[in-house]
Design a protein around this ligand. Structure first.
Ligand SMILES: NC(=O)c1ccc[n+]([C@@H]2O[C@H](COP(=O)([O-])OP(=O)(O)OC[C@H]3O[C@@H](n4cnc5c(N)ncnc54)[C@H](OP(=O)(O)O)[C@@H]3O)[C@@H](O)[C@H]2O)c1
Length: 304
């Protein structure tokens, strides 16, 4: 069973073990902040879960239990977005098996991707993802790394008309692809983009994020910790006192910097560890930094 007993007290205990207790005060609201998908009246919670690498596991009892706990915590704290891809090997299956066993589907916003060439191969891959994830209707189907984007966007739109997919999107994860991403945004007007953005990779601020705002496109942020590298840069560094209003851990500092950008809809950090999930989910609560505070956060990062 999914561990749905991760209630407030358990989160506090886990947070105390991490030295994070002050920010999980009883003044915290119970549900995570949400943001509207532009052009709709639907909102999604601001912190989700990435599955690259961390859900690609052989499936030992210990590995599955940790991931059940992570998905259970996401749901308990009012989160819903899980991002996967057929490129992530066993990740879609692990997510699907957990959903199938625990019955959490209706509260989840399941995003996956198509990552292959050709219409027919794309359709087979999307059907396989749907089945592996026990999605029924897929909430968000994204063209992974813009691969064969013209072909797949046409297919995804057809599936949307048939009611098999709710939203369409396109993804990439490198600054060198941002020009191509901008072109695809103009050409296809997707409902979502997914792009890399963090204190360590700020290139999307130049054009991609403003363009998403102009075109009314929802934005998922991948690589919020640069695949974990941001934590190496702050090892043994104290958080400054002025940030206490927003964050009491580096993880929350990094995530809130991203969530403070007005174009961002949801951030999808990946983790294999329940105590890191507690940390990451905490970024979806409380005050978000304004433009002046984000500037200070960036200056601090650059001074490290
Ligand atoms: N082209 C694309 O579409 C694309 C490309 C890249 C990523 N993505 C999506 O975006 C998701 C996130 O990006 P990512 O997986 O590259 O990397 P990330 O989320 O930037 O970083 C994940 C790493 O950070 C560590 N971590 C997570 N929370 C932590 C915490 N609170 N404290 C310390 N360490 C922590 C994790 O290790 P632990 O397991 O030890 O917690 C993991 O090694 C992916 O999983 C995927 O779903 C999509």
């Amino acid at each position: 069973m999914i561990n749905r007993s991760w209630k407030r007290r358990d989160l506090l205990n886990a947070a105390i073990a991490l030295g994070l207790a002050p920010n999980l005060s009883f003044a915290e609201p119970e549900r995570m902040l949400t943001r509207t998908i532009p052009g709709t009246d639907e909102s999604i919670p601001v912190v989700g879960l990435g599955t690259w690498d961390v859900f690609d596991v052989a499936g030992s009892r210990e590995e599955i239990e940790a991931r059940k706990e992570i998905i259970g915590m996401l749901l308990d704290r009012g989160g819903s977005v899980i991002d996967s891809s057929p490129m992530y090997n066993r990740s879609e299956k692990i997510v699907g098996d957990i959903i199938n066993e625990t019955g959490g589907r209706s509260n989840l916003f399941l995003a996956t991707k198509v990552w292959i060439d050709g219409r027919s191969a794309g359709e087979s891959q999307m059907r396989r993802s749907r089945d592996l994830m026990y999605a029924g209707v897929i909430d968000l189907m994204q063209v992974h790394n813009l691969r064969d984007v013209d072909v797949h966007m046409a297919t995804i739109r057809e599936w949307q008309e048939k009611g098999c997919i709710r939203y369409n999107g396109i993804t990439h994860y490198t600054a060198s692809a941002h020009r191509s991403m901008e072109k695809a945004m103009q050409d296809h007007k997707p409902q979502f983009i997914q792009i890399n953005y963090s204190l360590g990779e700020r290139h999307a601020e130049q054009h991609v994020l403003p363009l998403a705002q102009d075109l009314g496109i929802a934005v998922l942020i991948n690589r919020p910790f640069m695949a974990g590298r941001l934590f190496h840069a702050v090892r043994n560094q104290e958080l400054p006192a002025w940030i206490a209003e927003f964050a009491d851990s580096w993880g929350r500092f990094f995530l809130k910097f991203i969530l403070g950008h007005p174009a961002v809809t949801c951030v999808i950090p990946a983790t294999s560890k329940p105590h890191h999930m507690v940390d990451n989910l905490g970024a979806g609560f409380g005050a978000m930094p304004d433009a002046a505070t984000r500037k200070k956060m960036a200056a601090l990062w650059e001074s490290l």
